[in-house]
Structures are given as C-alpha cells and as structure tokens.
Design a protein around this ligand. Structure first.
Ligand code: ADP
Length: 543
C-alpha cells in the first residue's frame, strides 16, 4: 500500500505557477529603480520569470550554478527571484551595504557564474569586478535608456536580454533537495557563512510562515516587504505572498520614512521590517500628523522590538504588531508572538508583556534551552540559557564547510540566550556574545535597552559591558538623543533599572551622535566597544 499518492517535487516554481494561474490579476505595485511607481501582476511576473530563466539557460548557466543578485525590492527582482530558481540555478542575494572585501569574499566563495545588479548599485560591483574570479557575465537590471554609462563595460541590459526570449519555456526540473538560494550571514567575527536553502526547505518554511498564527496571509491581503529580499531569505515573503495569492507593494530603494509611508498607503494591509525602520516611521507620523489608511498588521523582528514601538503602533494607529524572532540559518522564521488561548484573555498590560516576547514556534520548528553543559533548562520564564533550534528549515551545514553546523541530533545552537515560559513563549535576553557578565551573573542587555528607549528623550540605546577589575564587567548605556531633546542621564538610569536588582543597574549613560549599525540595520556592539576604547572611556568610579 506504500506510496500510492502522487509525487510532486517541492520546487519553488510551483508557487509562482499557482499565483499566475489562480491569482494572476492580483496587483504588484512597485517603486521602480528608474523612479516611477509601476503596477504589474502575478501573471506578468510569471511571464518575466520564464523569460529570465530562458535567458539564463541560453547564456550558459547550468543547474546548480550560483547567480548573484544585488537589487532592491521591486517587481523586477521578483522576476529574477523565480527566474534563477526556475532555471535550476541557485539564487544568491547580496546586501549592497556590505564592505567591498566582504562582497568579494562572498561572491568568490559562492562561485557566482552570472551577476545581476540594479543600475544604481552597479558602481558597487564595478569597483570590485576585477576581483570576481568566477563571474562570466554581468547584467544590469534596467532598460536601454537607463543603462549607466562607463560602468561594468560589456554588461548586458536586462530588458533587452529577456526581451529576446518568448517565455515559452519549461522550468528546469530537479529534486526538491537541490539548492534553491544562498544567503550569507553577516559575519561580524570571521568570514560570512553561506546558508544554502533547498527548494524543499523554502517550500515547507513558506507554508509554515503563512499559517494563521504566523503571517496569516490571504488573497485579501496586500503585503509590503520593507525588509530587503537580500536579508535573511527576504523573510520568505517572496514565497509566502504568491503562495497565498496576496497582492504586493514593493518599496524600491527609497527607505526614508516618507518614501515608505507613500508606498504603505497604496493599500498595504501587512508589512514587515526591523525595529529601526519603525522607530523612524513613528517619529515621521507624529511630526507630520499622519495615520495609516489600510495597514492592519506589522511584523517586526531581526532585533528586539521595544515595547514603546508596539504600544505606539497598537494604541495610536490601531495596527497590530507581531514580534518575531529568526535568523538567516532558520529560513528565517523561528517564532511569532500571536496569542494562544492561555494569554488571549489577559489584561492589556499583561498582553503587552506577552507581545514583548518573541512568541512561540510554528509547526516544523522545534526549540529547547540548555545551560553551558548542555543540560535542558525548565520552561519557567526565568531560567536563561542557550537557545537551540531544529527543523526542516534550519541549516545543517554551511556552504563548503567540512563539518556540520548542527549536531547529530540536528540541534543548532542559535548563539542567542533565551527563556521559555510555561506557555512556550520565548524571550530573547541577549546574543551570547553580547551578554553582560557581572559578578558571575548575567544581565540582559536587551531588557535594559528596551527600557531606555521608552524615555521620550532617547532615540536609540545600546547596553554594553565595560571591563571591571572586581566585577568582571559593569553595564553602561550608550544612547542617542531624540531630535531637540536633552534627557537627564539619571532619569534614563532610573527607567532602565525598573525591575532590576541593584547590582544590575547601569553605572553610566554615554551620549553619542549616532550608534554604529551592521549591514542589516542592527546596532554593532563590536564597533561600539571599539569606539568606546578609542574614546578611552572610563567607568565613573575610575575617573
Ligand atoms: P544578521 O546577523 O545578518 O543581521 P540574522 O537576521 O540572521 O542576520 O540575525 C539573526 C539574529 O538576530 C538572531 O540570532 C538574534 O540574535 C537577532 N534577532 C532576530 N530577531 C530578534 C528579536 N525579535 N529579538 C531579539 N533578537 C532578534
């Protein structure tokens, strides 16, 4: 009786076929790299993707070869996204904010065979082109009229390149276990590491991420990924949207609050980005006295979302926040903070406490916390330990690594420190390398930062440990003042110490004009520590 149902390799091309056939007219509105806002639909994206795949095959790209793509979130990027995978090649998305050195390493390491780049980003690639050993052909993602002059000589013009094809093309077939896409982790220490998603891992992850307790995405929704498609698998939105027949709005390269707001007002019901984007947006809305006409939900992750952001969205604008946690290595969704019945009836303040946690995992994700010796810790919301994850969307081994990143039983060490409570809600307290250790105890930098930004005079805050001869480290807060504000450091310390024991309170507040950020918009504690060293910072008791 075995194996009597139909077999269907879980290739991501099925997703776009479905969207084109059953939701073909659903609009995709995007701010094009050339400037104007343009509207297309899933049927047209499907046609463009077929032509892209056909052109890639005609240009000699073979199944399993990597194709580099550096582009903003636009409709054209979606054609490329499915065109590359549909040609049997591997979609390697790149972040233009990485350093030239990192880009050279990543492109050579993945052995990108062709490279497709937006016209305004072509200069970035032009500067490093002589060092790209494997790239045989560059393509600039625009039409003839907008080809940049004197940059990447010999590059093809995308619209002409695919314009020569008729789109009459069958997706390249293969196994669902074939590589589908590559995304490198940012590698704050050491070289970036390549996570290679398979067609199967992307499909299973996208189905899990679409479920009602996660994105709850439907054909009635219009989703705008502000998070770039090159960041952590684009949070899977380029898969979940067509899978569910949702319409899309693509914001292009204008990441100013005004630019994002303009696009959100094009009928967007759900959007997603890291907290820094929303801090800027909330300031803009307040200053301009604007509100949202259609937005219902916002997914916030990538770093911890401050309570003040969740409160502002929900209380001032009626937009529900879904705090989420994940990483490049986990496709990326690990948990989302939707309400289970155990918490749905709580009073508003207690519900807000729940929303500040990162939530619970969907089916396909399995979690545990352990101490350093590997002993599992209780789910009491108190015990902090290493967070481990396993599942079909979690990395087993990094590209070209000699050993597995996950252990034999598939558990992968996330590098995050967390608690889990009796309802299986996870609270991320730190990254293990950012934990502040004082007198042998751990202090959560995330809790302290989130409390500090609740002060109206604080725009951004980072808690870091400063070496101390007796206590090992002592916590301090490094803050950026909100525009036109001059907050009292004592007030900030008071606020950030709420609920903390005396020894956990920050010893000092340092103001800087800005904080260093990583290429994915997170505060770079590594650079911040270096900066304080350069400033020859001393704790108050040693001045
Ligand atoms: P990168 O390091 O390149 O920005 P990732 O997106 O893979 O890429 O980073 C994953 C890390 O981001 C997690 O391990 C965790 O430390 C942090 N993170 C993600 N979401 C959250 C969240 N909601 N709260 C706290 N930290 C988060």
């Amino acid at each position: 009786m075995r194996d009597l149902m139909q077999h269907w390799e879980m290739r991501v091309s099925h997703i776009l076929d479905h969207a084109a056939k059953y939701h073909g007219a659903r609009p995709i509105i995007s701010r094009s790299v050339e400037g104007p806002i343009e509207t297309t639909n899933w049927a047209e994206i499907h046609k463009g993707a077929k032509k892209t795949a056909q052109a890639l095959v005609r240009s000699g790209v073979k199944p399993g070869e990597a194709v580099g793509v550096m582009a903003w979130n636009t409709a054209r990027h979606l054609k490329v996204w499915y065109g590359v995978s549909g040609a049997g090649a591997v979609l390697h998305t790149l972040n233009p904010r990485l350093s030239g050195e990192q880009l050279i390493y990543i492109i050579n390491h993945a052995e990108d065979r062709m490279f497709l780049v937006d016209p305004d980003l072509a200069v970035v690639i032009n500067a490093i082109a002589p060092h790209l050993a494997t790239v045989k052909q560059f393509v600039i993602l625009t039409d003839r009229a907008h080809m940049p002059e004197g940059i990447l000589p010999g590059a093809l013009c995308y619209e002409e390149w695919i314009g020569a094809e008729d789109g009459n093309f069958d997706w390249v077939e293969g196994s669902e276990r074939d590589a589908c896409g590559i995304c490198y982790t940012s590698g704050t220490t050491g070289n970036p590491k390549g996570v290679v998603y398979t067609h199967r891992s992307n499909m299973l992850h996208a189905m899990a991420a679409s479920a009602p307790d996660c994105l709850n995405l439907t054909s009635r929704d219009t989703i705008m990924p502000v998070v770039p498609l090159f960041h952590a698998n684009g949070w899977s939105i380029a898969y979940t949207a067509p899978m569910n027949g949702a319409a899309m709005v693509m914001p292009g390269r204008d990441m100013t609050p005004a630019g994002i707001y303009e696009m959100l007002e094009m009928g967007v019901t759900i959007t997603a980005a890291v907290p820094t984007i929303w801090l800027g947006m909330l300031q803009y809305l307040k200053a301009e006295k604007k509100t949202f006409s259609t937005l219902e939900r916002v997914v916030i992750g990538g770093s911890s979302c401050p309570r003040a952001v969740i409160e502002a969205f929900q209380n001032n604008y009626g937009v529900r926040v879904f705090h989420a946690w994940g990483m490049t290595e986990t496709s990326p969704l690990g948990t989302t903070s939707s309400f289970k019945p155990e918490v749905a009836g709580l009073a508003p303040e207690a519900q807000m406490d729940v929303q500040c946690m990162v939530g619970h995992p969907p089916f396909t994700v399995d979690l545990r916390i352990t101490d350093d010796a590997g002993t599992e810790l209780p789910w009491d919301g108190e015990a902090q330990g290493r967070l481990w994850i396993r599942g079909p969307g979690v990395v087993r081994r990094y590209l070209k690594a000699e050993t597995d990143a996950a252990r034999n039983d598939n558990w992968f060490d996330t590098g995050d420190v967390a608690t889990i409570d009796a309802n299986a809600y996870v609270r991320i307290t730190d990254r293990s390398k950012d934990v502040i250790k004082s007198g042998g105890e751990w202090i959560s930098s995330i809790d302290m930062e989130n409390a500090a930004v609740a002060h109206p005079g604080v725009a951004e805050a980072a808690a870091i440990g400063v070496a101390h001869p007796k206590w090992d480290e002592r916590p301090i807060l490094v803050c950026v003042k909100a525009p036109g504000e001059d907050p009292d450091p004592a007030e900030i310390i008071e606020l950030a110490s709420k609920g903390l024991a005396k020894w956990q309170r920050p010893d000092d507040v340092v103001f800087l004009p800005e904080l260093p950020h990583t290429a994915t918009g997170k505060i770079s504690k590594l650079h911040l520590r270096k900066k304080l060293e350069e400033m020859e910072y001393k704790l108050p008791e040693f001045r």
